[in-house]
Design a protein around this ligand. Structure first.
Ligand SMILES: Nc1nc2c(ncn2[C@@H]2O[C@H](COP(=O)(O)OP(=O)(O)OP(=O)(O)O)[C@@H](O)[C@H]2O)c(=O)[nH]1
Ligand SMILES: [Mg+2]
Length: 712
């Protein structure tokens, strides 16, 4: 394959709502660019992009797919992304490494939640965006309404570059406002007939072209001046204005397609080749913020791995974008994030599962490598002279859904763990973590469907039986008043015995607490607990009643009990302990005796100190269309939420609330069904708070029942 220079490369991602036609459009583009001889379809299960078993089974995209074609002498790298909302991690991956997004809008759906989500991601990641209104051939296509919705939502810089002359099943003709020509297509592809604009369309076309020229003139001051002077722009000036406007997200052109009938895909490729931003438009910073890599050939060879995927019969494939220099086959590189050596024994460019060898890739290009030793998403590979170059990692949205998973047969545990880690490596927005505290393997993701990918693989490929379980809540225990207790551990068996006695007082920890007046604190130890909160230990022993060397053993006993709180077995926190008296025996006292005495005394004191169960409270921000506020609020109140505020945020209303984690189980699914998928939310940990007394009662009862079951 030919080697393409940085300025001959364009990188685009197809984003948008589910089933808008992204994969079909990618297929049409590959066909128009001559990369495939025959177009596949979703229905026939033979598209280049949706080739994985899970995609063939579900008939939609699940994973980003890298493809490329050539048009007008430019290599166009195309990344197709899934539109299903909870696969958003894949969209974020793609948008991190492309220079333009094609936001595909389904003409009979109009502006739906998928379009809104895609728009939010392109604007958050500042990716230049071109709208493609697809499915104009659909019998229910409503082009004008869709355009108005887009302009109302995203402003009048959403400007037509084309418009359809007809729509619905007869659709075959568009007016191109850049060329000011009519293009009549043959359904299914083939040469289009380009003619002058007929009189019947002239007035409309001129009016719309004026809007296009005005938008383009805003691309630069120079063009603005030319426009004021001449009241128009030449086609070159128009192109320049469009190019600048897109690159700075000041202008969002709208194109028209029927991907299914292969109408319009070639024109978009031509537009991308001529007017879409170059790779230099999207630099990537180093993690330490000292250098920006902007796809410059003069820089040292640097590539950024944005995705890895294990493929049957091939092994792990690493997809990367070159951000500096040129990369050649056989090159030795350093994985700067891991400090390991990697040889690029094969350089590849891919079209779905088809991969071709290349000898060289220039800065700005996208390629793949196989047989690397240890490379993960967001790793940087650099030449051995630049071991410290680490490019900024991809940042994924916080997870919205979590579930605990348990293999039905414990012999599957290890295999299941490995497979889940593989999934995480290939899609870092899918998390897997063993919680030592909860003793559960927790999966986290962007939504229920995201987590269900694991289910699909276990059911269909690996045949592992498992259960999804509601994750336990990491409760905490603490006390609300002070209490005293003592415990004597005494055991006599044969020769030497065990003896230790401890007197302690405990009280709640709050900042600036004061000591009881009758105790004389001799030594203080402060511990920041691993699970949050504090333990303060005060030694108030007088007259050597307990030797100082036994204090660590007492602390150990207390710690053991704090790790498994006396109420429900949850971690205890925020407690002040005073050890003020005790007894020891010259021969029989040892560490184990004092550990046990400390543990029991603490346990009794804890139970007498009006203990409370605390639960994690989360700050939750919910974004909903105004008309759905009522039902979302009612639902939140049913979740013991405290509403902190409400206000407009863009086209949405934002509700801020504090909600107990225990009430957030499957919230993404509930919110989605309450708002027909339009609602969105983020949540972050805020603080621990005591649970209401009825909840405490219930939790105590549940714990007792579980304990009784375990003893049976
Ligand atoms: N009538 C019509 N149908 C289309 C067009 N483009 C795609 N379709 C159909 O719409 C359905 C979805 O197409 P896909 O290409 O899978 O859409 P997608 O956006 O990739 O979907 P996800 O990957 O699930 O996000 C399929 O049945 C296609 O045949 C079009 O231009 N016109
Ligand atoms: Mg798709």
């Amino acid at each position: 394959m030919k080697i393409y220079q940085s300025d001959q490369i364009k990188n685009i991602a197809l984003v948008g709502g589910a089933k808008s036609g992204k994969t079909t459009l990618a297929e049409a583009m590959l066909f128009e660019g001559g990369s495939i001889k025959r177009r596949g379809s979703i229905e026939e299960k033979n598209t280049v992009s949706d080739y994985r078993d899970i995609e063939l089974d579900k008939e939609n995209s699940v994973v980003t797919t890298v493809m490329h074609t050539v048009y007008g002498g430019k290599k166009i790298n195309i990344i197709d992304t899934p539109g299903t909302a909870s696969y958003v991690g894949e969209v974020v991956t793609a948008l991190n490494v492309v220079d333009t997004a094609l936001l595909v809008v389904d003409a009979h759906e109009g502006l739906n939640v998928g379009v809104e989500l895609a728009w939010r991601n392109t604007s958050r990641l500042n990716v230049p965006t071109v709208f493609v209104i697809n499915q104009i051939d659909h019998e229910k296509a409503k082009f004008d309404e869709t355009l108005t919705q887009l302009q109302n939502a995203y402003g009048d810089k959403v400007t037509l570059a084309q418009y359809p002359v007809n729509q619905g099943t007869e659709f075959d003709t568009v007016i191109d406002l850049v060329y000011m020509k009519q293009i009549k297509y043959q359904k299914g592809g083939g040469d289009a007939e380009i003619t002058d604009i007929p009189d019947s369309e002239k007035e409309k076309a001129e009016e719309l072209q004026k809007l296009l020229i005005e938008a383009a003139a805003e691309g630069s001051e120079e063009l603005m001046e030319i426009y004021f002077e001449n009241d128009t722009l030449t086609i070159e000036q128009l192109r320049e204005g469009i190019r600048l406007g897109i690159a700075h997200r000041k202008y969002f052109p709208v194109f028209i397609t029927s991907a299914k009938e292969c109408i319009g895909a070639g024109r978009i490729l031509e537009f991308i080749a001529l007017s879409a931003p170059r790779p230099a438009r999207s630099p990537r910073m180093t993690k330490d913020g000292t250098k920006e890599y902007n796809s410059n050939r003069e820089d040292n060879p640097t590539l950024f791995v944005f995705k890895t995927e294990i493929e049957p019969h091939v092994g792990e494939v690493a997809y990367f974008r070159v951000y500096g220099g040129e990369i050649t086959e056989g090159m030795d590189m350093i994985n700067t994030c891991k400090g390991s050596k990697e040889r690029l024994s094969q350089l590849l460019v891919s079209n779905g599962k088809t991969r071709d060898k290349v000898t060289k890739l220039m800065a700005g290009d996208i390629g793949a490598a196989i047989k690397l030793k240890s490379v993960h998403s967001s790793d940087t590979l650099s030449d051995p002279d630049h071991k410290d170059i680490k490019l900024e990692r991809i940042v994924y949205p916080p997870h919205k859904y979590s579930v605990a998973i348990k293999a039905k047969n414990s012999t599957d545990d290890e295999k299941m763990g490995l497979l889940l880690h593989e999934m995480h490596n290939s899609d870092p927005s899918f998390g897997v973590n063993y919680s030592r505290e909860l003793k559960q393997l927790i999966l986290t993701g962007m939504g229920e469907q995201h987590i269900n990918i694991a289910k699909w693989f276990f059911d269909n490929i690996h045949k592992i039986e498992f259960d999804f379980i509601t994750p336990k809540i990491p409760y905490r225990e603490t006390i609300t008043k002070s209490a005293k207790a003592n415990y004597k551990h005494k055991k006599q068996s044969g020769g030497s015995g065990q003896f230790g006695e401890v007197y302690m007082l405990i009280q709640p920890y709050t900042e600036g607490y004061s000591h009881p007046s009758d105790l004389n604190v001799r030594k203080t130890e402060e511990y920041n607990l691993e699970w949050g909160g504090k333990l303060m230990l005060h030694n108030c022993i007088v007259g050597g009643a307990i030797d100082a060397r036994f204090i660590p053993a007492i602390l150990k006993g207390i710690n053991e009990r704090m790790e498994e709180g006396p109420l429900t077995g949850s971690y205890a926190r925020d407690i002040v302990v005073y050890i003020y008296d005790g007894k020891m025996h010259a021969v029989d006292s040892n560490e184990i005796s004092f550990k046990l005495a400390g543990r029991h005394a603490f346990s009794t004191a804890f139970k007498n100190a009006k203990p409370k169960i605390m639960e994690p409270i989360y700050d939750v921000e919910v974004f909903v269309p105004e008309e759905m506020m009522g039902s979302v609020m009612t639902d939140l109140q049913g979740r013991r939420a405290i509403i902190m505020g409400m206000g407009a945020e863009g086209h949405y209303q934002k509700i801020s609330a504090k909600v107990p984690l225990a009430e957030m189980d499957r919230y993404s699914t509930s919110l989605s069904s309450l708002t027909s998928g339009r609602g969105n939310f983020i949540m972050s940990y805020d603080e621990y708070k005591a649970v209401p007394s009825d909840v405490q009662k219930e939790l105590l009862k549940k714990y007792e029942e579980e304990e009784a079951k375990n003893e049976d």
